[in-house]
Design a protein around this ligand. Structure first.
Ligand code: SF4
Length: 56
């Protein structure tokens, strides 16, 4: 990543504030509403957390 956030844990690449994967701009992120992203945070979150398919 090419930015610095005091909540980012380099070792685990996790957000210590939200206790989950760092995805800048996600709900609860300090950058939310302050920075414009090329790809919306919701889209990036959805890509990383695909809904599980149910077996038929
Ligand atoms: S999700 Fe936001 S607040 Fe958390 S580490 Fe990443 S940039 Fe920082």
């Amino acid at each position: 990543m090419s930015f610095f956030c005091p909540h980012f844990d380099q070792a685990t690449e996790q957000c210590v504030k939200l206790k989950c994967e760092c995805i800048p701009g996600r709900p609860g992120c300090v950058l939310r509403g302050k920075v414009a992203f090329m790809v919306p945070a919701e889209e990036r979150v959805a890509r990383r957390s695909p809904k599980k398919k149910t077996k038929v």
